[in-house]
Ligand binder design. Structure first.
Ligand SMILES: [Fe+2]
Length: 242
């Protein structure tokens, strides 16, 4: 099971507040059967460069690993970023440092303040500069906000993939859109987008079996397996235990 979008790295954003919290989140994910974690702290281009962000993230990863020393099975952690889409992002050097490691995926967060024309243009430009592909974070939140007109535009971007948060697995509008994406061959990812052990905790392992049931009922067990296979393939992995 891949939890592609988390704020598990300590001391870096509004996620894990310290190393012990991060280690506790890691233990929760391990217990729930997560075997690959996207560690994606927020990136705001006005705050630091991609190189600085990467350095902070790697340092936080080291802190987490020290706190988790002694754990028998540690899931694979892929460092990346949740990249806030801003017009000035197009001027940033080395955006490739924001990709989820070992993948071409760039987890972009759309603004909630309105959808304007520069958004798809900047996404395409930055992704091309990084030789990456956009993965839109918690697309479920934008369905009601912006509607399908916007997602139609995002779908046109080369290699676009879409991520749904676990708290939307019962949301009818989100599910309808997820089904449509799967039907049309898009890759969808799932994530807890966890920020701590109590507030927004890791819960993908608890929620995914319910979604698996829905997808199996709507499509088939084979389609669900294919959804998972595509996720693992984009991470360069062949097999999965989900
Ligand atoms: Fe997030």
């Amino acid at each position: 099971m891949i939890d592609i979008h988390t704020h598990i790295l300590p001391y870096i954003d509004d996620g894990a507040k310290d190393a012990d919290t991060a280690a506790a989140m890691l233990r929760m994910m391990m217990t729930q059967g997560v075997d690959v974690i996207g560690a994606t702290p927020h990136y705001y281009c006005l705050d630091c460069t991609p190189a600085e962000h990467r350095e902070h993230a790697e340092k936080a990863y080291g802190t987490l690993m020290r706190a988790a020393r002694g754990e028998q099975v540690v899931p694979e952690i892929r460092i990346g970023a949740e990249i806030y889409l801003a017009e000035s992002l197009q001027a940033v050097e080395h955006p490739e440092l924001l990709k989820i490691s070992g993948t071409d995926l760039m987890l972009f967060e759309l603004p909630f303040t309105g959808f304007t024309r520069w958004i798809p243009a900047v996404t395409e430009l930055v992704a091309a500069k990084a030789k990456g592909r956009p993965l839109f974070a918690h697309i479920d939140r934008y369905i009601r906000l912006y509607g399908r007109k916007v997602t139609d535009v995002l779908e046109e971007l080369p290699g676009a993939a879409f991520q749904f948060n676990s708290d939307a697995f019962d949301d009818r509008a989100a599910l309808k859109y997820m089904y449509s994406l799967i039907n049309r061959g898009f890759t969808v990812f799932f994530a807890s987008d966890c920020h701590g052990t109590h507030r927004r905790p890791p819960d993908l392992g608890e929620k995914l079996p319910g979604l698996e049931k829905k997808l199996t009922k709507k499509f088939s067990a084979e389609v669900y397996a294919e959804v998972m296979r595509r996720q693992y393939a984009l991470l360069g992995l062949k097999t999965h235990s989900a």
